[in-house]
Design a protein. Structure first.
Length: 189
């Protein structure tokens, strides 16, 4: 799964870099030559629609999403594991719904031959197909992880559930940050 997250992160980064370059070119062309490429807002919207599920995938796999575990840390290990399992399974279900929603939106767009209401008049089936693919990347990861969490819960393996799906402890977060700092210091030397 780490490779899956890495690939999603790379695609996300490349798309955002290309968007930044396009917006920079648009800005410079407007400033110095009074010429506009037009449609940068449209392109930005497509990029965000594709990049959001990719970012969700990275956050899910790397457990980088924000958690407010004020109450969970006071629970028993079993209760923590059950809330972690519920979280993973419900996120898997949400991702399946989002994929379904994206799929039905694409089918509707295709049946109506919808185009963007912009100067480019882009046939929406093309950007929505890429959006569907990105949502599929997220759904696959979330459903696999939700299934793993459910399997561990059915086995009553509370320690594994908390280890794989729980939030990092303060000590683990501190160790991660110190390790990252040490890596950055080595690169600067």
């Amino acid at each position: 799964m780490k490779h899956y997250a890495r690939l999603s992160g790379i695609v996300f980064g490349v798309l955002m870099l290309l968007l930044a370059l396009a917006v920079t070119a648009e800005t410079l062309l407007r400033k110095f030559f009074s010429v506009s490429l037009g449609g940068m807002d449209e392109l930005g919207g497509y990029a965000m629609a594709v990049c959001a599920p990719l970012a969700f995938t990275v956050a899910l796999i790397e457990r980088a999403h924000i958690r407010i575990n004020l109450f969970q840390v006071r629970m028993s290990p079993r209760a923590q594991a059950l809330t972690n399992a519920l979280s993973a399974v419900s996120l898997g279900m949400l991702s399946a719904y989002l994929f379904y929603f994206t799929w039905t939106t694409l089918l509707e767009t295709r049946s109506y031959h919808s185009t963007a209401q912009t100067p480019w008049a882009t046939p929406l089936v093309y950007p929505q197909s890429v959006w569907l693919a990105a949502m599929g990347v997220f759904a696959v990861a979330a459903i696999i992880l939700g299934g793993q969490a459910l399997r561990l819960a059915l086995r009553a393996d509370w320690a594994a559930l908390n280890s794989h799906f729980g939030a990092d402890t303060l000590t683990e977060e501190l160790e991660t940050e110190l390790s990252d700092l040490a890596k950055r210091e080595v690169k600067l030397s």
